[in-house]
Design a protein around this ligand. Structure first.
Ligand code: GP9
Ligand code: MN
Length: 612
């Protein structure tokens, strides 16, 4: 075989790999990622957006002194693995992997312990095609070879040209792409999955050194911004002064479950009764991102937004924070957290130290056996039971946070713990969710009984909140089947409501219609306790105030007000659920962007260390 022919085989092989990967990537976009595509323009962009990056990345093997088919195939294989990683992660989280997520991989339980639920029979095809291409490489007897310089130049200029041209089209279609890089769906839709990953690596390397360059001038605009948001205290200020604070994180519990029952058997009988006798917030949303439970904890303790990628618990445990435990400690509270899993999980041991928790009761403080645990660990009923003696010992007043665990994906429970009939949708995950939610409700009921017997009920205030969704968008079809109506963009946002019940013994129940989220919980709790925090910097506002702005901002830049929903780049009328004039949502765009940016700046720059 002549040199020229050998070279021709190699660049043909390169284009074959490029074509295969483009096709595979597009099929994943279309059949795995549920991207909202509007019109032929966006569809075309989706087809072409990764061609440039694939040409360049596989070019690593081509544009060298000697073109190496083996290196091309290696890059092809690695990109296929990356694509498969994206597929697995997306199936549950409806999101894209970020660099920080890789560092907290041991914590991303949805993948590590429950991967089987996320697998599909066709999955091997995504990586096994590399074997066929390897066979082809051998059959074509491809070896490292020098391409003619003219040919190499033509291909490389073409590859750069395609990359630049598609990026220019994407930017023309979404000029704010980089300002809103936390909207990962938009990024992938515009610039493609591989460019997204390269950008994410660069962005995270940059933000990891941001704090080194920050100084005290960076915080003053942010202080002014949050100062303007402050609202005057309500008539409930101090109604729970000096009481113990018992916070219960309801794992994966969505608000709609409060009203569900099967064959007349309610899913949450206890919480349903309790809410009648409590401050109840039916328009309360979770605002978590990739940090899941830890994001909810972070917001509730700090009234800052979580980061768009990864968990602050894992990424920024050495920062200075003005936390709820610190504010309570200044009032002589003993501050504690209880969790039936390992201390190190989600880096809690270290972060709790930073946030000012006096004591963390974790797995090693409990009697955990095979019989009393399931899925992520100790079941909720024994968890609460075994916590009572510790609570009794605590010096009062105390704050105690309880992280429940049994209602966690993939919602496993033994027959004997199943306390209600289950729905019969096509998704077992959805059906089982009812059983674990019902179990969680029972555990809390018994906990309240035990607290009463222990004499700890009267002098306490109880805050029960759902940490984040339990059924991701993946299960919307089955959930729609259960509700008997299709779940569109608007219904999906409504499903992000989580329960918020604040129970103060002796205080009459009341429903608060205000639209709020987890970032608002810290100022709410402090107001009820009548605690003035100093210094303070809260992005949220008390949910008890009638003067507060009705706005909840989600980490991807979407938001909800009392009459509007902005999601997937579309403005909806909340009442009718129909699309409405974008300008109505437009007046919030600036504020939404500022809130997320300022909160990010505080965290990345560790700016609270500069506040006197
Ligand atoms: C486990 C707890 C629950 O410690 O964080 O898992 P998550 O909801 O964060 O996946
Ligand atoms: Mn959780």
């Amino acid at each position: 075989m002549g040199l020229e022919r050998e070279g021709a085989s190699v660049w043909r092989y390169y284009f074959l790999l490029v074509g295969m990967l483009c096709l595979k990537t597009y099929l994943v976009y279309r059949f795995v990622f549920s991207l909202t595509i509007r019109g032929a323009g966006e569809e075309t962009l989706l087809i072409i957006n990764s061609i440039g990056s694939i040409l360049l990345l596989l070019g690593i093997g081509l544009f060298r002194k000697k073109s190496k088919p083996g290196l091309m195939l290696t890059v092809y294989f690695l990109l296929s693995i990356l694509l498969y990683g994206d597929v697995l992660y997306y199936r549950f989280y409806i999101d894209f992997i970020t660099v920080p997520v890789l560092f907290q991989f041991g914590n991303v339980g949805g993948l590590s312990q429950s991967t089987v639920e996320l697998l599909n029979v066709y999955d091997p095809l995504l990586v096994l095609d590399s074997l066929v291409l390897f066979w082809l490489m051998k059959r074509w007897k491809l070896k490292p070879v020098s391409l003619s310089p003219v040919r190499k130049k033509k291909i490389s200029i073409g590859a750069v040209g395609v990359f630049v041209a598609t990026a220019a089209i994407a930017l023309a279609m979404s000029p704010m792409l980089f300002e809103k890089s936390y909207d990962r769906e938009l990024f992938v839709k515009s610039l493609g999955a591989y460019t997204y990953h390269i950008y994410d690596i660069g962005f995270n390397s940059f933000t990891s050194i941001t704090s080194v360059f920050a100084d005290d001038t960076d915080i003053s605009d942010i202080q002014k911004f949050v100062e303007k948001k402050k609202v005057e205290a309500s008539s409930y200020e101090g109604v729970a002064e000096g009481k113990n604070v018992i916070i219960i994180s309801l794992e994966s519990t969505q608000a709609f479950m409060l009203n569900e029952s099967i064959d007349g058997k309610p899913a949450m009988p206890f919480l349903n009764d309790l809410k009648e006798d409590s401050f109840y917030f039916p328009n309360f949303y979770h605002q978590t991102a990739q940090g899941k439970t830890s994001d909810a904890e972070f917001m509730i303790d700090n009234s800052l937004y979580p980061l768009s990628g990864g968990s602050v618990f894992v990424r920024k445990p050495e920062n200075e924070f003005f936390s709820l435990p610190e504010a309570l400690k200044a009032e002589d509270y003993t501050t504690t957290s209880f969790h039936g899993n390992d201390r190190e999980f989600w880096n809690r041991a270290e972060m709790y130290e930073t946030l000012g928790y006096d004591r963390f009761y974790s797995k090693k403080d409990y009697d955990v056996s095979e019989e009393n645990s399931i899925n992520y660990g100790l079941k909720d009923i024994p968890f609460f039971e075994q916590s009572i003696p510790y609570l009794k010992e605590l010096k009062q007043p105390f704050s105690a946070k309880f992280l429940t665990l049994t209602n966690h994906f993939p919602y496993l429970l033994e027959e004997e713990d199943t306390m209600m009939p289950l729905p019969e949708t096509e998704e077992e995950v959805v059906n089982r969710y009812f059983a674990t939610v019902r179990y969680e409700d029972e555990a809390i009921k018994r906990f309240f009984e035990d607290l009463k017997s222990a004499g700890l009920y009267e002098d306490s205030i109880f805050v029960l909140y759902g940490d984040h969704y339990g059924l991701s968008e993946t299960y919307n079809t089955a959930l729609g089947e259960y509700f008997g109506e299709e779940i569109g963009a608007v219904e999906h946002v409504m499903l992000q409501k989580v329960p918020l019940i604040i129970h103060i013994p002796g205080q009459e129940g009341k429903e608060f219609d205000t639209v709020g989220g987890q970032v608002d919980l810290k100022p709410t709790i402090l107001e009820l306790l009548g605690v003035e925090e100093n210094p303070s910097l809260n992005f949220g506002t008390s949910l008890l105030s009638t003067k507060r702005q009705e706005l909840v901002i989600f980490r991807d830049g979407s938001f909800v007000t009392n009459n509007l929903i902005y999601t997937e780049n579309t403005c909806y009328n909340k009442e009718t659920g129909k699309k409405t004039n974008r300008n109505k949502c437009g007046r919030y765009f600036g504020q939404v962007q500022d809130e997320l940016d300022y909160s990010d700046k505080v965290i990345y720059g560790d700016l609270l260390r500069f506040v006197e």
